[in-house]
Ligand binder design. Structure first.
Ligand code: PLP
Length: 405
C-alpha cells in the first residue's frame, strides 16, 4: 500500500491555499505537479553542472552529458525498450507525433495511401495525420467508438486495405479514461505488415509499460504528465524505423560531417535531436522516473483504481449527472456533465472552493461530437490524490447543483 501522506508531503504545491481553501487538484491529465525531488534536480543541474551536452570536453560538459545520457537509459528501462538508442528526446507527445508524421510520413506515405486513427484521439494525434494526408493526397480513416467509450475493434479489419501504411492510436483516452486494446490492434496490424504508433501520453503514469511485449513500432509520451518538467518528451521507435527514417530537423548536434558539398548525419538517436535540447527537463524526467520506480507503478495503478471506484460510487449518489463512457478497462479519468449547468460555470464555482478540474473539449472535439456535447467536466487522478480530494469534489459538485436550483 502506498503511504499517501508521505507522497503528498513530497509535493510542495499541495500545501497551497486557493481562495482560502485547501487545494484539491484533479486536473492531472493536463499536467501533474512535481515532487520536491524533481524540483531539486532542476536546481541542482543549474547549480552544479549547467552546460550543453555532447559538445564540451571540459568537466561541466562531461558531467552534463553523462547525466543526460543516463536518463536515456532510465527511460529505456522504464518502458522496457531493447536499446537506449531507440529513445529520442523531444519536447513532448505533440512533437514526437509531429516528428513521425514529418519524417516517416515524408518517406513512407504516398498518394492514395491510408492512415488509421480512432475517434477518441487527442487533437495531437489527429491534426498531424490530417495535414500529412492533405499534403500527400492520402486518406485518413477512423475506427469509431461505442457509446460506452470502447473502441469498435471489430471494424478494424474492414478499415485495413493494402494501402494502409500506419495505425496511430491512444493507449488511454484523455476524455473517457478508456484503456484501448493496443495489443490486439498491433497484432492485427503486424499480420499485414502495418506499423503502429501508440500515443501513451495518458498511459505511462498509470500502467506498467513493456514496449517489447506490446511490439509497437512507435511509442510517445510527455514528461510533464509524469511528474517531470514541461518541455521534454519521448519518442521510442524500433531501431529499424529510426535507421530508415530521415531527420525532421537539421542543424547542430545531428550531423556527423558537414561541408558545403555534402552533410552526413549522426547515428540514431542523435540524428533526430538537432539543436540544444531541454537539458534540465531531461534531467528532471530521470528523477521523475526514479520517483515513480521507488513507489512502484503497480502500486500507483492499484491506488488510482481504488480512487476511481470510490469516485464512481460517490458520483452515483448525485442526481442529474451524465457520465461519458463506461469502458470495462479504464484509468482514472472521468468526464461528465451536470444537468442544466454549463461545464464552464460548474468549474468556475469549483475553483472558488479550491477545486481544480477541467472544463471544455479536452482537445478531443470528435469525442465531444460523438456524445453531442460542447464540452464536459473532467476529473483525472495522480498518485497524490486521496479520498479526501474526492469527498471535496463531491461536496463542491453538490454546492454547484444547489446554486442552480
Ligand atoms: N495525447 C494525449 C492522449 C494527451 O492527453 C495529450 C495532452 O493532454 C497529448 C497527446 C499532447 O500532449 P503534450 O501537450 O504534452 O504534447
Amino acid at each position: 500500500m502506498i503511504d499517501i501522506d508521505k507522497i503528498r508531503s513530497d509535493f510542495p504545491i499541495l500545501t497551497q491555499k486557493i481562495n482560502g481553501n485547501n487545494l484539491v487538484y484533479l486536473d492531472n491529465s493536463a499536467t501533474t505537479h512535481k515532487p520536491q525531488q524533481v524540483i531539486d534536480s532542476i536546481v541542482d543541474f543549474y547549480s552544479s553542472m549547467n552546460c550543453n551536452v555532447h559538445r564540451g570536453v571540459h568537466y561541466l560538459g562531461e558531467q552534463a552529458s553523462i547525466a543526460y545520457e543516463s536518463v536515456r537509459e532510465k527511460v529505456k528501462d522504464f518502458i522496457k525498450a531493447k536499446k537506449s538508442k531507440e529513445i529520442v528526446f523531444t519536447s513532448g507527445t505533440t512533437e514526437s507525433i509531429n516528428l513521425i508524421a514529418n519524417s516517416f510520413g515524408r518517406s513512407f506515405i504516398n498518394k492514395g495511401d491510408e492512415i488509421i486513427i480512432t475517434e477518441m484521439e487527442h487533437h495531437s494525434n489527429i491534426v498531424p495525420w490530417q495535414i500529412l494526408c492533405e499534403n500527400k493526397g492520402a486518406k485518413l480513416k477512423i475506427i469509431p467508438i461505442n457509446n460506452n467509450g470502447t473502441l469498435m475493434i471489430d471494424k478494424l479489419n474492414s478499415l485495413i486495405t493494402d494501402r494502409t501504411k500506419l495505425i496511430s492510436l491512444t493507449y488511454v483516452s484523455n476524455v473517457l479514461g478508456t484503456i484501448t486494446p493496443v495489443k490486439d490492434v498491433i497484432k492485427t496490424a503486424h499480420s499485414k505488415d502495418i506499423p503502429v504508433l501508440i500515443d501513451a501520453a495518458q498511459a505511462v503514469q498509470h500502467i506498467p509499460i513493456d514496449v517489447q511485449n506490446l511490439d509497437c513500432d512507435f511509442f510517445v509520451f510527455s514528461g510533464h504528465k509524469i511528474y517531470a518538467e514541461t518541455g521534454v518528451g519521448v519518442l521510442y521507435a524500433k531501431e529499424k524505423w529510426l535507421e530508415a527514417m530521415p531527420p525532421h530537423k537539421y542543424g547542430g548536434g545531428m550531423i556527423s560531417k558537414v561541408s558545403f558539398k555534402k552533410t552526413s548525419f549522426a547515428e540514431v538517436p542523435f540524428k533526430f535531436e538537432a539543436g540544444t535540447g531541454n537539458i534540465s527537463a531531461v534531467i528532471s524526467l530521470g528523477k521523475a522516473i526514479e520517483y515513480l520506480n521507488d513507489i512502484g507503478i503497480k502500486e500507483i495503478q492499484k491506488h488510482e483504481d481504488e480512487l476511481m471506484r470510490y469516485t464512481f460510487d460517490k458520483l452515483s449518489t448525485l442526481d442529474g449527472i451524465t457520465i461519458y463512457g463506461n469502458a470495462p478497462k479504464r484509468c482514472g479519468i472521468i468526464s461528465f456533465n451536470l444537468d442544466n449547468i454549463h461545464h464552464y460555470d460548474a468549474v468556475m464555482i469549483l475553483d472558488k472552493m479550491g477545486i481544480a478540474v477541467r472544463s471544455g473539449t479536452h482537445c478531443a472535439e470528435p469525442v465531444m461530437s460523438h456524445y453531442g456535447i460542447n464540452g464536459s467536466i473532467r476529473v483525472s487522478f495522480a498518485i497524490y490524490n486521496s479520498k479526501e480530494d474526492i469527498d471535496g469534489l463531491i461536496y463542491g459538485l453538490k454546492k454547484v447543483q444547489e446554486m442552480h436550483q
